[in-house]
Design a binder for this molecule. Sequence first.
Ligand SMILES: Nc1ncnc2c1ncn2[C@@H]1O[C@H](COP(=O)(O)OP(=O)(O)OP(=O)(O)O)[C@@H](O)[C@H]1O
Ligand SMILES: [Mg+2]
Length: 285
Amino acid sequence: MDEMRPTTGTVPTMTTDRPEIEIRGLHKSFGDNHVLRGIDLDIARGEVVCVIGPSGSGKSTLLRCVNLLEEPERGQVFVGGTEVTDLDVDIDAVRRRIGMVFQQFNLFPHVSVTANLTLPQRRVLGTDKARAAAVARENLERVGLSDKADAFPAQLSGGQQQRVAIARALSMGPEVMLFDEPTSALDPELVGEVLSVMRVLAGEGMTMMVVTHEMTFAREVADRVVFMDGGVIVEQGPASQVITRPQHERTRNFLNRILDPAATPPPAGHEGPGSGKTAGGGRGA
Ligand SMILES: Nc1ncnc2c1ncn2[C@@H]1O[C@H](COP(=O)(O)OP(=O)(O)OP(=O)(O)O)[C@@H](O)[C@H]1O
Ligand SMILES: [Mg+2]
């Protein structure tokens, strides 16, 4: 039984009693499109929060505001007690503390797996060659890909490429990991291996914010599930509550749709046979 603790710098040395991530009154618009409409969210150190919600509800925008890939126009974000929305903040220093994994793996195609893990360490952190290689080895082992160290990304399956992307993020020694639908681009049979790696990370105490449609993962791994719709948090709580006994109609409709896609109600205006509000009778799972 490998009840391992991380050997790399995932355990923050700084101790504060503040949440690891604090989001206060966050607003973001793209032109006239008011995408985030006042988000308040705290994530404690070591907590795993899954963010769910319909397409366009602002999930990715929220994640991207946490590491300033998007600049919010109002509100504050703190990571590890540092205000990242402060105009004077050293944004590169902040980003080093935040690992991000996207739906598309974004690996460098022309270099080996190992180089994918060592180059960012050397360029961004200034790590020396030997140390960067050692960290790369450690993290490839963590994601179960030690045997692919010399392969090129194109020689790997999608699931393996995503595990490399996770190892690359971990090699930077982040305090926090953000995942934006990390399994959505994968064939169904490859989803499990990526979720397993994320499950281990969660067990090691990594602070994680995960946008996902994988309800089984959310149920089993998340400490908290946040349901977003229309740029606001509609409800949040333990997975057992939000997924199994949602309080809000919008949450129920969303869950009905993703747990049983065939039950998606017809578009507005279409006359369904029963004229029931939703096809919510039989939720698949
Ligand atoms: N860079 C951008 N420029 C303009 N509009 C954007 C940009 N990024 C997102 N949007 C808009 O913001 C809204 C929210 O998008 P976002 O990607 O955050 O949603 P999402 O909840 O992640 O959806 P999905 O589940 O489809 O990934 C959408 O209307 C989208 O078109
Ligand atoms: Mg998205």
